[in-house]
Design a protein around this ligand. Structure first.
Ligand code: SF4
Length: 492
């Protein structure tokens, strides 16, 4: 793909080979959105073609030439679309493709989605002649219309004025919320088909994304309704139906059709997925997940932290970026899981592992954000960084509030009652972490999935069994450990 169509030439190349291109801080001209400034992207369907000024771009706020080098700015991207085949359910689907098409732009890094977007423009791009965000918007519109021919007219409004971004962001959040609410009334057993999405396979080739009514996409951008609309309008595109087949495990959410899709989509890397499980055959995680979950073997519970959280560390001593590096890359990692925020509201939320009764810790800003999803009896039993900043204080907190993991979370697996939690631990007289969990933590796999700060690569890891901390620091190491078992000696 060249640097523009017959009507306009751009001072950058447009090519899928730039997907995954990273703009590091040292090579960055400006940053838009991200952690320090508000940002969002939004697609709105306009049923009246007369109300869409095709190919028109409006910019509100300073343009690239007026921005200070090295600065951070607010960023909003709103697209109005018209097409005879477009329906409202397609808004989210078209919106999700903004990430893909903007990633084709040389020297322009686009990460994440919705109100989490994070863009960097490189110094090289500016040197080559990139002067205006209007050039970016026009190139993006061109890509949208050539790749998705059902879009007949498209208009863009880009905003960099911070007050205006804040104002429009509030409106955008209401629209995201309305989309999410619509998806909550339908359940896995009500439909015959789930949907696959292969968009993120460009950087996570073994990723198997399955969107079901009870499991929103881990990027948070695609519900079952959105995926169905996408598959209908663009059957050759990244979304296609997965016939459910036979239900093998109703609690874990394992289906023959999903398992067949897992083999096909992962190139044989995975042969089974339980949609509602954390520790056993979990869903793969590409890197776009809104929230990262981590198993805490010392208390046999699960913790959660979201992208953009103000909380810098979790009780296992790792920040979001390091946990995310262990979760992502299209892998199925027992003990780590990436999810979309709306999955907290699912009635099947990690039900294979005991659901909310297995959750022991959440970043306080995440707990506040999803407070309506937490069952009343669990609200005061889940610690945040305020009550538990490390494993010792977490353990004390869980004992004090009599968290279900202390006596044991009872759950049903294949018709049998399984008890997890400390009761099981007592039985075993030791603490045994699932081997992949500990091995992945010790290996400190330095993979850098999508959505992770380019500068942040895990190098050191803390594992704290019980009250005795062990710090393992790896430098330029290539170590492979199959299994580590940590046991507390009797009487200690
Ligand atoms: S995370 Fe999954 S659903 Fe979302 S864009 Fe990527 S592949 Fe598609």
């Amino acid at each position: 793909m060249g640097g523009g169509d017959a009507g306009e030439s751009f001072p950058f190349e447009l090519n899928p080979m730039y997907e995954g291109e990273r703009v590091r801080k040292t090579g960055m001209y400006v940053e838009l959105g991200g952690l320090s400034k508000p940002g969002f992207e939004l697609v709105l369907f306009e049923p009246d073609p007369e109300k869409v000024r095709d190919n028109e771009v409006t910019l509100i706020g300073p343009d690239i030439g007026e921005m200070e080098e090295g600065g951070a700015y607010a960023y909003g991207m709103i697209y109005k679309v018209y097409g005879e085949k477009i329906e409202k359910d397609l808004e989210a689907v078209i919106e999700r493709r903004n990430h893909e098409f903007q990633s084709y732009i040389q020297g322009y890094m686009h990460l994440n989605q919705r109100a989490e977007i994070w863009v960097r423009i490189s110094k090289d791009a500016v040197k080559r002649g990139l002067k205006s965000l209007k050039q970016i918007a026009r190139a993006t519109i061109m890509l949208f219309k050539s790749e998705l021919p059902f879009i007949e007219k498209m208009e863009a409004t880009y905003i960099t004025d911070e007050a205006e971004v804040e104002k429009r962001l509030e409106e955008a959040k209401k629209i995201y919320e309305a989309r999410d609410l619509k998806a909550r009334g339908l359940h896995d057993e009500d439909v015959d088909e789930f949907y696959q999405c292969t968009l993120c396979q460009s950087f996570a080739p073994t990723n198997v994304c399955v969107v079901s009514p009870d499991r929103v996409a881990l990027c948070g951008a695609m519900s079952w309704f959105d995926s169905r609309a996408a598959a209908r309008v663009d059957p050759e595109g990244p979304n296609a139906p997965i016939p459910k087949g036979e239900c093998i495990d109703p609690i874990g959410g394992e289906y023959t059709g999903v398992n067949e899709a897992a083999v096909r989509l992962s190139g044989g890397a995975y042969d089974s997925i339980k949609l509602h499980s954390f520790l056993e055959k979990p869903h793969t995680s590409c890197g776009c997940f809104e929230v990262a979950g981590f198993y805490i073997p010392e208390v046999d519970g699960i913790g959660w932290i979201h992208r953009g959280s103000k909380v810098s560390e979790t009780p296992i001593g790792l920040p979001f970026s390091t946990i995310a590096a262990s979760v992502g890359g299209g892998k199925q990692v027992r003990g780590f899981l990436g999810i979309g925020i709306q999955y907290f509201y699912s009635s099947k939320f990690i039900q294979y592992d005991g659901g909310w009764r297995r959750v022991v810790w959440m970043a306080s800003d995440l707990k506040e954000r999803v407070k309506d999803a937490i069952p009343a009896e669990m609200k005061d039993k889940i610690a945040t960084e305020k009550e538990a900043a490390d494993l010792e204080s977490l353990r004390e907190f869980l004992l004090r509030v009599d968290h279900p993991v202390v006596k044991g979370v009872i759950r049903e697996v294949d018709g049998a009652k399984i008890t997890d939690g400390w009761a099981k631990e007592e039985e075993e007289a030791g603490i045994t972490a699932p081997e992949e969990v500990t091995a992945a933590m010790v290996k400190g796999e330095a993979q850098q999935p999508e959505g992770i700060a380019p500068e942040s690569v895990p190098g050191s890891t803390s594992i704290m069994p019980g009250s005795a901390p062990i710090t393992v620091t790896l430098k330029n190491a290539d170590i492979s450990i199959g299994k580590i078992v940590l046991r507390r000696k009797r009487g200690e």
